[in-house]
Design a protein around this ligand. Structure first.
Ligand code: FDA
Length: 282
């Protein structure tokens, strides 16, 4: 196994669904729910996109069969968004139908700003027919306040994150303080007017703020959930779950792990230093 593969294992549950299910069981035993992500993006081949949708349907069947606490997260560019929007919509519609059959849920991850509008269009089209699908909003985008308000009005479930792609200053805040301030603002809009929002961050200040707001608004702990990534702040995930909050861990698996791994490295300078140190230690 290469060194990079070895290091990616901190963030990726493994190459196969079997490995992912083992991780899910361990998390479930700690009262942590999960969302499974089959790694893949920027697919340009129709057969590959169709296969990806089939893999998700098989995964939803398996989740139901094995009775674990998991739903799924997927990327539209894996389902053919960059090939043809209607083709992509048909693929995801099949996945959402499978989720509905099993009373499960499909979260459509948000990718780069080139596909933000198309992604929200697809989620809205699917949500008209089924409540089993939800969107993701990134607090670094200027447009996100309008998007949150529109999704709240439509009763569509939102996961709020900061955003993991490199975006220009024409569309996104560049300063971390602005991204965090916008996160606070959008979190308030979601907690006060959204439908079962998912507060996806490892930022302890924002998590504390969320807890305070929930208590102040008299919300129950089952009216929203915290979400975090596999391999990041595990103790915090367990602690929140033990405190009675709903916590869901995003568990990616598969062979196409490099872009996901690179986004995790970029988020934190310490991760890059860790990789460099290990490369030179060889
Ligand atoms: P921030 O980056 O400020 O980190 C806060 C603290 O968390 C750090 O100080 C560190 O301790 C820890 N931490 C964060 N990242 C780390 C890392 N890579 N390695 C080690 N420690 C780390 N993005 C997107 O664009 N589209 C999407 O669909 C999603 N989906 C998604 C789902 C879930 C469940 C989560 C938690 C996140 C996403 N993201 C995402 C990623 C998100 O946009 C963001 O890049 C990361 O969550 C990091 O931001 P934080 O909110 O954790 O804050």
């Amino acid at each position: 196994m290469g060194l990079l593969t070895l290091m990616a294992r901190r963030f990726v549950a493994g190459k196969t669904a079997d490995a992912a299910m083992t991780a899910v069981r361990k998390l479930n035993a700690q009262k942590i729910a999960t969302t499974l992500d089959i790694l893949g993006e920027d697919v340009t081949d129709r057969a590959e996109a169709t296969r990806a949708a089939n893999d998700y349907i098989a995964l939803l069947d398996r989740i139901a069969r094995e009775g674990v606490d998991a739903n799924v997260s997927l990327k539209l560019t894996m389902m053919g968004l960059e090939i043809d929007k209607e083709f992509c919509l048909d693929n995801v519609r099949r996945v959402v139908a499978a989720a509905a059959k099993h009373k499960s849920f499909v979260r459509v991850d948000m990718e780069g700003s080139a596909v933000t509008q198309a992604t929200l269009d697809v989620v809205r089209a699917l949500a008209k027919a089924s409540p089993n699908v939800g969107a993701v909003i990134q607090s670094y985008l200027y447009r996100s306040e309008d998007d949150v308000k529109a999704l709240n009005a439509a009763g569509i479930k939102v996961r709020l994150c900061k955003g993991a792609y490199r975006e220009p200053k024409t569309v996104a805040f560049q300063d971390k303080r602005d991204v965090n301030a916008n996160y606070s603002k959008l979190m308030r809009l979601l907690l006060e007017g959204g439908t079962y929002p998912a507060i996806a961050t490892h930022d302890t200040k924002l998590i504390a703020e969320c807890k305070q707001r929930v208590a102040r608004n008299g919300m129950r702990k089952d009216q929203f959930e915290f979400q975090m990534l596999y391999g990041i702040r595990n103790a915090l995930q367990r602690r929140l779950a033990a405190e009675g909050y709903r916590v869901r861990c995003y568990v990616p698996f598969g062979t196409h792990w490099l872009p996901y791994f690179m986004r995790r490295l970029r988020e934190r300078r310490a991760n890059v230093l860790f990789v460099l140190k290990n490369l030179f230690r060889r």
